[in-house]
Design a protein around this ligand. Structure first.
Ligand SMILES: COC(=O)C(/C=C/C1=C(C)CCCC1(C)C)=C/O[C@H]1C=C(C)C(=O)O1
Ligand SMILES: O=C(O)CCC(=O)C(=O)O
Ligand SMILES: [Fe+2]
Length: 363
């Protein structure tokens, strides 16, 4: 995938928020201060009522729970995907020790001195390495976040120079973690297909050798969480996203109706969300829901996010099963490699990326 030529970018000087924080500022630099409508409201930073919590799906019940429990759980999965676009998965089969190890090496990486982290720079207009992703102009507001993003599978998307050698266990831990998350993603896609009445292997077969990338987002404490965003609102360009969040403060928020609902961390659970690919394939029945991250005044937060997407050669469009008189085709056919290029060359902005595929219905 060709990155944007860096000469075409005017991103100005990008501060490292972790370094900024060392001076214990009481204000935030102008470049991070959001316009009124984008600022997290006080209520959105607090607790959500129980009715506003995303569903929790038990993968063991789906796979081994026996016909009755498995069917009930599949119905729950279908509601989760259709009404929320997000759910948490428990009993997912990934060893909690591996989750902890992945969290530890990620934290250790972010705690390294800046000079060490800068050995793996994210070049402007690319998406791999340490730095600020999705920044394209000098007047663009910045996220209160440091990122390390890496392509994982298939091997040709890897840039081994950007895989940290420090902490020493980083690489082998990421390999083991990613192999486990890949299997989980494939299992989830089987159940998601079943929940739609499709053959279990429909998506896995269609996707070819799926693309898998990981992004570690580190959000240092921020003196004014009411003014900034940890991560701009967006939907994920993947088919499915698997997110591991630390047991720290609530940071992830998703859109439900007209409100931002916070996603409370559950120990050893993983947060799963439907990405743009599944929205297109199901002609909008399962939607990729807009989400963002907010910051906290006193505590830092880490999320480890795996994007699981079709191979770049794959042509996509709504499956015939989801198009009829009552459900007119909402998306055109396109090549997923082209969509990836489009996605990474535009700033995160709600569901704007998906406009790429939308058919403008005249009514
Ligand atoms: C917010 O979404 C992303 O940051 C993201 C990034 C993915 C990628 C990398 C971190 C490095 C390798 C390339 C790749 C674009 C996969 C989302 O991934 C989605 C977006 C598209 C499009 C996709 O295929 O996966
Ligand atoms: O940190 C989070 O919880 C959100 C991360 C996210 O949405 C992403 O990386 O795409
Ligand atoms: Fe996301």
């Amino acid at each position: 995938m060709s990155p944007v030529a860096s000469s075409s970018l005017k991103v100005g000087h990008l501060d490292d928020v972790q370094e900024l924080r060392k001076y214990r500022p009481t204000a935030v630099p102008e470049r991070y201060v959001r316009e009124g409508a984008e600022r997290p409201t006080v209520s959105a930073l607090g607790e959500a009522p129980a009715s506003m919590q995303i569903p929790v799906i038990d993968l063991w019940k789906l796979a081994h729970g026996g016909p009755y429990r498995a069917r009930k759980e599949l119905e729950k999965l279908s509601v989760a995907c259709e009404d929320w676009g997000f759910f948490q998965v428990v009993n997912h089969g990934i060893d909690s020790v591996l989750l902890e190890r992945m969290q530890r090496v990620s934290e250790e990486f972010f705690m390294l001195p800046l000079e060490e982290k800068e050995k793996y720079p994210m070049a402007p207009g690319t998406l791999q390495g340490y730095g600020h992703a999705f920044v394209f102009s000098e007047d663009q507001k910045l996220d209160w976040c440091n990122m390390l993003a890496l392509g994982v599978e298939p091997p040709f998307i890897r840039n081994p120079k950007l895989w940290p050698t420090n902490p020493p266990k980083f690489r082998e831990t990421l390999e083991a973690y990613s192999a486990n998350v890949r299997k989980l993603s494939q299992a989830l896609l089987r159940f998601i297909a079943m929940s739609l009445g499709l053959k279990p292997q429909k998506f896995n077969k269609m996707f070819g050798t799926a693309v898998q990338a990981v992004r570690m987002n580190y959000y240092p404490p921020c003196p004014r969480p009411d003014l900034v965003l940890g991560l701009s609102s967006h939907s994920d360009g993947s088919a499915l996203t698997v997110l591991q969040q630390s047991m720290g403060p609530v940071g992830l928020q998703i859109v439900k109706g007209k409100t931002w609902v916070p996603i409370h961390p559950i120990r050893n659970a993983l947060v799963i969300n439907i990405g743009d690919t599944i929205e297109v394939l199901t002609n909008g029945r399962y939607k990729s829901v807009e989400h963002r991250a907010v910051t906290n005044k006193d505590r830092d937060r880490l999320s480890i996010v795996t994007f699981y997407a079709p191979s770049y050669e794959i042509e996509l469009g709504p499956l015939p099963e989801f198009v009829d008189k009552n459900h007119p085709r909402m998306y055109r056919r396109y090549n997923h490699g082209e969509y990836s290029r489009h996605y990474i060359n535009n700033k995160l902005d709600g569901k704007r990326s998906l406009e790429f595929a939308k058919i403008q219905n005249k009514s």
